[in-house]
Design a binder for this molecule. Sequence first.
Ligand SMILES: [Zn+2]
Length: 94
Amino acid sequence: MATFDEWQTAYDVVYRALPATSDFACPNCGQPTLRMAITAQPAANAGYVSFWCDTCLEGIHVCRAPIPDGVTVRPMDLPPEERHPRVPNYRLVT
Ligand SMILES: [Zn+2]
């Protein structure tokens, strides 16, 4: 099982690649299926980041990060089920 530090390293790589997707390998299962989604208030310049692996459904989140140009933000003023992109119910690594 990957440590929080390993997840943090993967987070940095994937975050820096935004708005492009990254094929960086998941620190836990090794699959290139890491996903990142930012949820924020409308017009905010920072939001909270969900970061997970679609294969093993583990990940971390970051409370506050600047929103890079070109990223599709999940609007916090919509109910969670109407926010896109979707964030699955993944297990948080602490
Ligand atoms: Zn994984």
